[in-house]
Design a protein around this ligand. Structure first.
Ligand code: IMP
Ligand code: MG
Length: 336
């Protein structure tokens, strides 16, 4: 009998929290047969250091670096130009891609027209200009083009039903793009992306809810956001955090706005995504800057040191049902 299990990695803030780092760590443990990108398109940017070489991928999931089957799921939109450029880059960089990279046959495709429209019209909310919004609009308007309509993609196509349910022992790591704060329904509309960034969005890729095991929530110890809305208050310390944390987008190079972590926003994300394990990245950045704070009930709460802040946050997470041993605070360079 076939068995399917799914773990999800979801970003609890506005993207760029370090999902890739957690994915690499979990892939190395050999726990998974597949890594699935479950939402978004070439708007995501993922920086990977592999065998001392730096790679930036936008479409292809990180599993490929570990020889695991990497799948662009039906919840995504796929830019074939970007996809083939990345394949070429990986091959040139010595990464084995043969029989490792797959595309759901029903994923929708980003066209040149989508990209051009997004570069013109996306300015209002500050999109990445990669054609995401227009591609999803056509998907839902039922005028879209699917991967199965593109002859060049034929060698990479898979049927997710066959893949998930007609094989033995399928263990999927479903990796989201962007973050809960950018989710089309639960983010700050219209300053959102056009896809479902939640853990529920992972299941939309044909994965049964009954297969779901762990949900890894990933956050930073402060928040960042890129886009048109005003997010960062005037505060030199926040500027410094942005500098020390090197908070620039991997896709567009834009400076990310910075703010303190908001406990109520975090709680909403933890509850709505069913988080079972949580990682806070970049603790070292606040240590270098020498400032520790969160917002709680609209008030800024400051801490003397990192230990005090971690104890405060952990206590709160325990009250949300997360076990203390499933709460991790991580440095920029750590694995977890
Ligand atoms: P779009 O996804 O390109 O339509 O952009 C919508 C919003 O999501 C903008 O504020 C983008 O800056 C933001 N965004 C999209 N992808 C990412 C990402 O991978 N990291 C961080 N922000 C993103
Ligand atoms: Mg990113």
């Amino acid at each position: 009998m076939s068995t399917l299990s799914t773990d999800v990695i979801v970003d609890l803030q506005y993207g760029d929290c370090g999902k890739g780092k957690i994915a690499h760590h979990l892939c190395k443990e050999g726990l998974y047969t597949h890594v699935l990108r479950y939402n978004g398109g070439a708007n995501a940017g993922h920086t990977i250091f592999h065998k001392e070489k730096k790679f930036i991928t936008h479409q292809i999931p990180a599993g490929v670096f570990f020889g695991i089957k990497s799948v662009v799921g039906s919840g995504c939109v796929l830019d074939p130009v970007q996809f083939f450029a990345e394949l070429e880059m990986l091959k040139e960089g010595g990464v084995e891609t043969q029989d490792k990279i797959f595309v759901a046959e029903n994923v929708h495709v980003i066209t040149d027209a989508h990209r051009e429209e997004d570069k013109r019209e996306g300015l209002r909310i500050g999109t990445t200009g990669r054609g995401n919004g227009p591609a999803y609009r056509e998907k839902y308007g039922r005028t879209g083009v699917r991967a199965s309509d593109v002859p060049e993609l034929k060698p990479y196509l898979i049927n997710l039903y066959e893949e998930w349910y007609k094989r033995d022992d399928v263990r999927v790591l479903a990796e989201g793009a962007q973050g809960f704060g950018l989710d089309i329904d639960w983010g700050d509309y219209p300053y959102v992306t056009s896809s479902h960034c939640t853990a529920a969005g992972a299941l939309l890729n044909g994965l049964s809810p009954r297969s779901l095991k762990d949900v890894w929530g990933v956050a930073k110890v402060y928040e960042t956001y890129v886009g048109s809305k005003k997010f960062q208050p005037e505060d030199e310390v926040l500027n410094k955090i942005g500098d020390v944390g090197e908070e620039f987008g991997a896709t567009t190079g834009r400076r990310r706005q910075v703010n303190w972590m908001n406990m109520q926003t975090l709680e909403r994300a933890v509850r709505m995504n069913g988080v079972t394990r949580i990682v806070f990245n970049k603790v070292d950045v606040l240590r270098t800057v020498g400032a520790w704070a969160v917002y709680d009930d609209n008030k800024k709460v400051e801490f003397k040191n990192g230990e005090d802040m971690q104890a405060f946050v952990s206590e709160r997470l325990k009250s949300m049902g997360i076990l203390p041993e499933h709460i991790y605070f991580s440095e920029s360079k750590d694995k977890i």
